[in-house]
Design a protein around this ligand. Structure first.
Ligand SMILES: Cc1ncc(COP(=O)(O)O)c(C=O)c1O
Length: 385
């Protein structure tokens, strides 16, 4: 079957009621036929459900759909994207190991790397995202993981997945990619050699701003390791959220097609506006990494960044003038969203520190939703005016 059909039609076997839509299995535990059955499941000699911290039919349905989309053998779902990221490192690393990453990563991931992991002797070395020739200097005998996001947040820069993978393989590192900005509809890191792909399902997988969730996709061997860690640390996805997410995946392909279409059209219109500069969208030919984006992405995604002239003050004024776009911390929603990192998510950094991570005072990030493109444009152009 084609991907569109599988996303809609693949579901866990029905219970006895012949329901059309998968039922929600809101149960914390499961019963056993007898003591032998119970022992076989606990000893992992037989497959079956024991306890929803370990597994649940709704969670399995969600994992199977995403693993198939990402071209991965197996997966593990978590309560949020951060739980997926923490679980991956927790399962894969030992005290003393090192991570190699770039500074343009999601804020909480940066906090994990700099504030939390060092407590356990796990340190991170940041390399410049666009100078692969310098990455080798960061490698030591302790390096274990190369961790990247592309497109990056909030700067919408692009990292060459093929070259990053060559670097990881040459140095014996696991290559881990947070793919939540692109989604597997626009980019499959596995096709370029990634060993582990992570998602915040809170973003495009839900796509309607309702539930939190996360998922880790990889080989059976790696997911066995992750399962062994997660079963006992407990970052499980709730069956209700898994049910919502599986339902949302049924429309992911058509939603992403429209996100791509709206965002490209808006990026082209924004680029022509005299109040802005440095418009970044992967599929705009003016993007500094346009060729790489075309090589590794099937669509440009829904995120655009640009700078308004006039820095912090004008950036804030721009947000205050928006009427349709939501001012909210999420992205990947049907509703278009605007954020101004310098006055919100990155306000605690000094202007100098913001410069290092590529966040100018006038930088605006737009998550383009599924409203009519003319209405989104009207709001943006009014606010720019
Ligand atoms: C790129 C990226 N990764 C991970 C996360 C964390 O996901 P969650 O908020 O579901 O924990 C986010 C959240 O905004 C994100 O943008």
């Amino acid at each position: 079957m084609k991907q569109e059909t599988k996303l809609i039609r693949s579901q866990v076997p029905s219970s006895n009621h012949l329901e059309h839509s998968t039922a929600i299995y809101m149960t914390s535990s499961y019963t056993f036929d007898d003591a032998d059955h119970m022992a076989a499941l606990f000893n992992e000699e037989q497959e079956g459900y024991i306890y929803s911290r370990y597994s649940n039919p709704n969670v399995d349905e969600f994992i199977e759909k995403v693993a198939d989309l990402e071209g991965m053998e197996s997966g593990w779902a978590t309560s949020s994207g951060m739980a997926a990221i923490f679980t991956t490192f927790g399962a894969m690393l030992e005290s003393g190991d090192e991570i190699i990453s770039v500074r343009s990563i999601f804020g909480s991931t940066h906090q994990l790397f700099t504030q939390i992991f060092p407590k356990w002797g796990i340190n991170t070395k940041y390399v410049p995202f666009d100078k692969l020739e310098d990455w080798q200097d960061a490698v030591s005998a302790k390096s274990k993981i190369l961790y990247l996001e592309t497109p990056t947040n909030p700067g919408v820069d692009i990292i060459d997945l093929e070259k990053a993978n060559e670097f990881a393989k040459k140095n014996g590192l696991y290559f881990v990619v947070d793919n939540c900005f692109a989604t597997p509809i626009n980019q499959r890191p596995r096709d370029f050699g990634a060993d582990i792909v992570i998602h915040s399902a809170t973003k495009y997988f839900d796509g309607q701003g309702r539930v939190m969730g996360g998922v880790i996709l990889s080989s059976v061997t790696i997911i066995d390791k992750i399962r062994a860690f997660a079963r006992h640390t407990g970052p499980s996805l709730s069956p209700f959220n898994a049910w919502i997410l599986s339902k949302s995946l049924e429309t992911l392909i058509i939603r992403m097609e429209r996100h791509n279409q709206n965002a490209l059209e808006l990026a082209q219109r924004i680029e022509k506006n005299p109040q802005v500069f440095n418009v970044k969208y992967p599929f705009l030919p003016s993007h500094p990494n346009y060729e790489i984006a075309r090589k590794q992405m099937r669509g440009g995604g829904g995120i655009i960044s640009f700078e308004v002239k006039g820095g912090l003050l004008k950036g804030k004024q721009f947000l205050n003038k928006l009427k349709l776009l939501s001012l909210t911390a999420n992205l990947g929603d049907t509703r278009s969203i605007a954020t101004h990192p310098a006055s919100t998510t990155h306000s605690k950094l000094t202007p100098k520190e913001r410069e290092v991570v590529g966040i100018s005072d006038g930088l605006i990030r737009i998550s383009v939703g599924l409203e009519h493109v003319d209405d989104i444009w009207q709001d943006l152009s009014n606010a720019l005016e």
